[in-house]
Ligand binder design. Structure first.
Ligand code: AKB
Length: 318
């Protein structure tokens, strides 16, 4: 069995990814790391956990050697909204932290390095409808710039050093876990506010359409790609998507379950970011090269989110 190493384990994705990895690969084969102290959920799961700031090059290498790691999932990242508030922090974590992981992977002959990219890697000059896998990438946020850097450096290390680098351009990822620092987060907070207050003030405008996917599909795409046969991969970074909707369409769908729910709009700086991102993605390259197929459509996502968030809040809505 291979040994897996995850950075940024406490992010919204890590909180679901780690339990899924323990189940899939065995808890003795997964090492979770993050900047915070171990949390009760991971303690209960008996996760091998270490505190690690990815900017700590030596701490990172020591752990990779100690556990004889084969595959790294480098999830630690400052997201789009936090990045715009603190570009210097985003630079040090997203660029320097990634570079430490990349160099350690090369020097220690790590078998595979997986790093999420994002729809934020695209920008206002990209064709924003059905965005192709290969197209113009001139992002306007520091987060988006870091994702382009990651994709290009990963591909460069693949060609120059044979590093098995793989990346997915995640759209907004939806789960009942509380998100932090992203622009697509509205599509999660809306469920919290709908269930608690029957009202949500959205920081995006009603008509801002974005691609999204449910966490189950995000995990599926991640496992499918990291387990894909390398000889089938012609690309290193892939578009993946599950659905597209705007805040108004999401509110209308929620109204089918909560007829009294109301939404209003106070767009802030995140509106401009979201408008510079694709409205929908062409993920045919992922479908062709490693058989990607999403499972959960928009109509099923809404009741799944209502169930998950109401359970976390201890509120019944039916
Ligand atoms: C964000 O909103 O910053 C992220 C992303 C699109 O990568 N969810």
């Amino acid at each position: 069995m291979k040994k897996y190493f995850v950075t940024g384990s406490y992010g919204q994705i890590g909180m679901d990814l780690i339990p899924a990895m323990l189940e899939r690969y065995g808890k003795e084969n997964v090492v979770a790391t993050g900047r915070k102290k171990i949390n009760p959920t991971f303690k209960e799961l008996d996760v091998i956990y270490h505190r690690l700031d990815v900017r700590d090059e030596y701490g990172l290498r020591n752990l990779l050697v100690e556990y004889d790691i084969d595959i790294i999932l480098h999830n630690a990242s400052v997201l789009s909204a936090t990045g715009e508030k603190n570009p210097q922090l985003a630079h040090s974590i997203n660029f320097e932290g990634f570079y430490n992981v990349l160099e350690a992977s090369r020097e220690l002959n790590i078998e595979q390095l997986f790093v999420p990219s994002s729809i934020a890697a695209f920008g206002p000059t990209t064709p924003l409808v059905n965005t192709p896998n290969t197209t113009i990438m001139e992002p306007s946020s520091i987060y988006g710039i870091s994702k382009v850097y990651i994709e290009l450096m990963g591909s460069y290390y693949n060609k120059k050093y044979g590093l098995n680098f793989r990346s997915l351009r995640y759209p907004g990822v939806l789960s009942p876990e509380e998100p932090g620092g992203g622009t697509t987060d509205y599509a999660i907070w809306i469920f919290y506010e709908a269930l608690k207050n029957m009202k949500y003030t959205c920081f995006l405008s009603a008509d801002v359409t974005l691609p999204m996917m449910m966490m189950s599909d995000c995990l599926k795409s991640t496992f499918d790609l990291i387990e894909a046969d390398d000889s089938k991969l012609k690309h290193r970074s892939f578009n993946v998507t599950g659905m597209s909707f705007n805040p108004e369409e999401l509110a209308n769908e929620i109204n089918k379950y909560l007829p009294d729910f109301k939404i209003d709009y106070e767009p802030d700086f995140r509106d401009a970011l979201a408008r510079s991102w694709p409205q929908s993605l062409d993920d045919s390259v992922a479908r062709e090269e490693w058989g990607w197929e999403p499972e959960l459509p928009f109509e099923k996502m809404v009741p799944a989110m209502l169930d998950g968030v109401s359970e976390r809040l201890g509120i019944s809505y039916k």
